[in-house]
Design a protein around this ligand. Structure first.
Ligand code: 13P
Ligand code: SF4
Length: 364
């Protein structure tokens, strides 16, 4: 097995001249690229997975996805790897290769509990960093390290240090949509599902909340704690307007509008419910609205539609997150074959960043 991997490694180096093997490739070895033909065996072995997505993936497209799905699932076993996929991943990733799916908080918790040797993050870079912080001894891979986030990119560790100088003694809460460098400078992290609880847990009159100005305002509307907000925004959610949503409601007064709290307070104000991506999915599954607008990244509507079997009609204002969409089946396969791209965190800040995430998890 080791000899085979070494040979495959040499083949890989021929295929990518000049590209050095990552530390993960040297530790785990490189495997041969599986055959990606659409064969009767692939069709048979993936038929149960196609059943899960047939409402959202046309049958003519399945022969393109299925060989990757089979190869990835085979390689996961070989590598003792798990794929953690965010709710915004495309339906073929979310339903056919992911081991666990969820919102940022669920993925962080599941990463902390993982027993796998290798974690492949179906999501953006800050999520992979969180998985690595919680699993310092494991190999964490992200299929495309350019999968960023406009929120995470809006603030640096130096910015947080300046905020602390300006507001001495005021505790700092960071949304998990931040880099490890920022997490290392703050007191505690939060996600969209626990932001209010975390802010209030600090027992302070004022709290610095970063980097999402809209999540900050949406939390401010529900608490007496004075929130000092950074000016970041999600490039996907800030595009929705209350005016557009009111048009949907004018067309169909019975329509249910569910928004993510990264939207503006005006959008949240005209919505029937606002919550994290997992809370939005729960709302649809438990309340079973007839028609719904999910005011968030639009792959999520496909994923919920695949799971809820057609009862709810999804009206889709389709805003895609270009960063989430960088993660594809071919790139996930490359990750598992070549063990790339490995997520590493500067040891000088990893301990402090981990403590900020762990404090959030410990609050339950
Ligand atoms: P959730 O934690 O609600 O899944 O949100 C993450 C995110 O990036 C939303 O844009
Ligand atoms: Fe970041 Fe917005 Fe994309 Fe979520 S949807 S990952 S907040 S850019």
């Amino acid at each position: 097995m080791q000899a085979e991997s070494a040979l495959a490694g040499a083949a890989s180096m021929r295929r990518f001249p000049g590209q050095a093997l990552s530390g993960a490739a040297l530790r785990h070895g490189v495997l041969p690229m599986p055959n990606l033909a659409w064969t009767p065996e692939v069709e048979r072995e993936t038929a149960h997975l196609y059943e899960k997505v047939k409402a959202v993936i046309p049958s003519v497209e399945w022969p393109f996805h299925a060989p990757y799905v089979k190869a990835i699932n085979d390689l996961k076993r070989e590598r003792n790897a798990v794929i953690l996929a965010h709710n915004y991943q495309t339906p073929e990733i979310y339903n056919c290769v992911a081991d666990v799916v969820g919102d940022s908080l669920q993925l962080a918790r599941l990463a902390a509990a993982s027993e796998a040797d290798v974690i492949v993050q179906g999501g953006v870079h800050f999520m992979a960093e969180t998985s690595k912080l919680l699993n310092p001894g494991k190999t964490v891979l992200i299929p495309d390290s350019k999968a960023g986030c406009s929120l995470a990119e809006s603030i640096t560790g130096a910015d947080v240090r300046l905020l602390r100088q300006r507001y001495p003694g005021v505790p700092v809460v960071a949304y998990v949509n931040t880099s490890a460098e920022v997490k290392a400078e703050v007191d505690i992290c939060c996600t969209s599902s626990n932001a209010l609880k975390i802010v209030e847990s600090l027992g302070a009159e004022r709290v610095i909340f970063l980097p999402d100005q809209y999540l900050a305002k949406n939390v401010q509307a529900r608490t007496k704690v004075k929130i000092i907000a950074w000016h970041g925004a999600c490039e996907v959610h800030e595009r929705f307007t209350a005016r557009d949503l009111l048009r949907y409601r004018a067309d169909d007064p019975s329509i249910t509008i569910i928004a993510h709290p990264e939207c503006t307070p005006e959008v949240v104000g005209v919505s029937d419910f606002a919550g994290s991506t997992a809370a939005m999915i729960d709302y649809v599954k438990t309340k079973k609205p007839k028609r719904v607008v999910l005011v968030t990244e639009c792959s999520m509507a496909d994923n919920v539609a695949a799971e809820t079997g057609g009862f709810t009609e999804f009206v889709k204002p389709c805003n895609l997150c270009p960063h989430m969409k960088r993660i594809t089946l071919p790139k996930i396969l490359d990750s598992l074959v070549y063990m790339r791209e490995e997520v590493t965190i500067d040891p000088a800040l990893a301990g402090r960043a981990r403590a900020s995430v762990q404090r959030m998890i410990d609050l339950g």
